[in-house]
Ligand binder design. Structure first.
Ligand code: FA5
Length: 340
């Protein structure tokens, strides 16, 4: 017969998880004591078999309960021991914690997007690897058009290219949306430009496109004046200089009064007092017609700006490479303020 008193004593005395497991296997395992009694049941007469079976099941449950309580107790005492050994002094001063923050360029891009979203523009995206069709052809630059040379292009082996500007997104937006269209798109652009203080082979542009009935150059001027004042301050002056882009007519370059020298002339503005920040214009009728938009009913404007240039102007940064250097001495200068 099982000596339950003796078993309980053994369990009580076990003081490691290993010891306990060995006892458990010996008592409750497949080849264990309890199972050998259960196997013998078949040799007993029916009445006795039932009674004995119930007794054995009760013993099994009791032992399982004792073992699990004992495991809990051992684990608890192990934990207490460990806590005593690795105790923490809550009064020690903490290590300095360096919290990461958003890159200054992303913060400027977000600010530009927020300013334009306030005018009802919706943010969209486009691919960095583009086809010639979207980057040039649909923008009124068929194969061999000399204006393609305005953008020194990285061509890929598969016949595609790295987009040279965000203007291909204009075409994708015209394909995907019903009129009127009012979108902004930002992203990386790639050009084989020689690196200098204001040129990098990888840079960011932000593009805007607005097409509706009755959109005029006056709307474009108003939008860009509002944009420049939101970014550079209420007194900011904006200048439109006639320029050429094949996908707009008329086209313009927009300059703001140099924020560094306040228009007096300095190295950054090459002594002109003005700094060019973007290209803009009225969407060319050819471009609209290709997308089956009736240019006699609808008109639109578009503009595209370099995000690095805007950030350089806002913060007086003198070289574009600082954005890519990942130098913490540069990045840590830009603390968050409430406007970000
Ligand atoms: C364009 O890329 C036209 N897609 C802009 C446009 C859009 C015109 C819609 C009309 C209508 P542009 O090549 O001038 O234009 O480039 C626009 C801006 O991108 C420049 O003013 C400059 O701020 C920035 N940019 C151009 N090349 C670089 C470069 N290599 N590094 C840094 N910024 C650059």
């Amino acid at each position: 017969m099982i000596n339950i008193k003796e078993i309980k004593k053994q369990l009580e005395q076990a003081n490691s998880l290993c010891e306990l497991e060995a006892l458990r296997i010996n008592l409750l395992g497949r080849q264990g004591v309890l199972n050998s009694y259960l196997k013998d049941l078949k040799n007993l007469p029916l009445d006795e078999r039932k009674k004995r079976g119930e007794e054995l099941n009760l013993i099994k449950e009791e032992l399982e309960c004792i073992i699990s309580k004992k495991i809990e107790a051992i684990n608890r005492s192990l934990l207490l021991e460990r806590l005593k050994k690795d105790s923490i002094d809550p009064y020690l001063p903490p290590f300095p914690i360096n919290i990461g923050r958003m890159h200054i360029l992303n913060r400027v891009i977000n600010k530009i997007i927020h300013v334009l979203e306030r005018l009802g523009y919706e943010a969209v995206e486009g691919p960095e690897v583009e086809t010639e069709y979207y980057n040039f052809e649909a923008l009124n630059m068929p194969l061999h058009h000399p204006a393609r040379d305005m953008w020194d292009t990285f061509y890929l082996n598969n016949g595609k290219l790295l987009r040279t500007h965000t203007s291909p997104i204009q075409i994708r937006a015209m394909e995907a949306n019903k009129l009127p269209i009012k979108i902004i798109a930002s992203g990386r652009c790639f050009r084989r430009d020689n690196p200098d203080a204001s040129h990098s082979p990888i840079f960011h542009q932000i593009e805007a496109l607005y097409i509706d009935k009755g959109v005029s150059f006056a709307h474009l001027k108003g939008t860009l004046e509002y944009f420049a004042r939101s970014m550079f301050g209420r007194e900011q002056k904006v200048k439109f200089i006639l320029s050429y882009f094949p996908f707009v007519e008329p086209g313009a370059e927009v300059a703001v009064k140099c924020v560094i020298c306040k228009g007096r002339g300095c190295i950054t503005c090459k002594q002109t007092g003005w700094l060019e920040i973007l290209g803009a214009g009225m969407v060319h009728p050819e471009v609209l017609e290709r997308q089956n938009i009736d240019y006699k009913i609808y008109s639109g404007f578009a503009f595209g700006m370099g995000a690095e240039r805007i950030a350089m102007l806002m913060y007086g940064i003198n070289h574009i490479r600082h954005f890519l250097d990942n130098d913490l001495r540069f990045l840590n200068q830009f603390k968050y303020n409430l406007e970000d």
